[in-house]
Design a protein around this ligand. Structure first.
Ligand code: IPD
Ligand code: CA
Length: 262
């Protein structure tokens, strides 16, 4: 795919932040043995990656606003554009030396998600896409998997039993409901990579509650461009607001919605 100028800007920033995360991840093994664990070190790695993304993107596109996981909202002079960024999605994996985490960067224009990029700096896998232009990954164009029946599907999720962010235990989606219905179940610890993997056809579906916009914004762009459907648990296009995501091809998305919602 010919790279658009905005994709080149995103790639440059994401790869630079990825190099920093990769270096820091190399230190994690040494810190596991300490009693305190690598917590503070990971927080610093996260902040460092966010700072790189903020600086690189601000320089390339002055005036665009930001929604950053760590620093929060930064208003820009240009009110029509906003970056939505998770500098390290999969923090728990990173902290435990598990090489499954990603940088997630999305661009919103006039309130619509238009570009997304998700990068795992350890596997060096980049997933990216633009609204109306398709989504791409290591093997070329991304397409969601074609399986139709939940019992043939591998479905992923995070913590389904509790909505940790809102402290709810009466979540609309529960592992008790999900696990008996599906072929197999995964919980891998990075919402961004879960969405990228559904877009790439590696996973058949994904469902999670209580996410933050930065965990999912880029993944939503990729998934739609890969021919998938993504909504909240009430089938509304409001995942960014509600924090709840149900994703898959049309059949899987529909089946997940109908089986899982109480
Ligand atoms: C977390 C990951 C995880 C999901 C959590 C998120 P973080 O993001 O995406 O998969 O289950 O809800 O908070 O904290 O690593 O950026
Ligand atoms: Ca994060």
């Amino acid at each position: 795919m010919a790279q658009s100028p905005i994709m080149n800007v995103m790639r440059g920033a994401v790869e630079k932040a990825g190099r920093a995360l990769r270096r820091d991840f190399g230190e994690i093994e040494n810190l596991q043995v300490s009693k305190k664990g690598p917590g503070d070190f990971v927080t610093n790695a996260d902040l460092k990656a966010e700072k790189i993304l903020f600086e690189e993107l601000s320089e390339a596109r002055p005036g665009y606003g930001f929604l950053l996981e760590e620093k929060g909202k930064i208003e820009g002079a240009d009110k029509t554009h906003r970056w939505i960024i998770d500098p390290l999605d999969g923090t728990t994996n990173f902290m435990h030396g598990l090489p499954h985490f990603a940088i997630s960067v999305a661009l919103e224009r006039d309130g619509t998600l238009v570009s997304g990029m998700i990068y795992n700096p350890i596997t060096d896998e980049m997933f990216y896409g633009e609204r109306g232009q398709g989504a791409y990954g290591p093997g070329g164009r991304l397409r969601v998997a074609g399986r139709q029946k939940l019992q043939d599907c591998v479905i992923s999720s995070g913590m389904l039993l509790h909505d940790t962010k809102n402290g709810r235990i009466d979540s609309p989606i529960s592992a008790d409901n999900l696990v008996p219905l599906v072929g197999d179940f995964r919980t891998m610890g990075s919402a961004a990579l879960d969405l990228a993997y559904v877009a790439a056809g590696r996973l058949d579906g994904y469902v999670e509650i209580g996410l933050s916009p930065w965990n999912m914004a880029a993944g939503i762009v990729l998934l739609r461009e890969a021919g998938g459907l993504v909504s909240d648990e009430k089938n509304r296009n409001k995942s960014l607001l509600s924090g709840n995501v149900v994703a898959g091809n049309e059949a899987v998305h529909g089946a997940l919605l109908s089986h899982l919602i109480k």
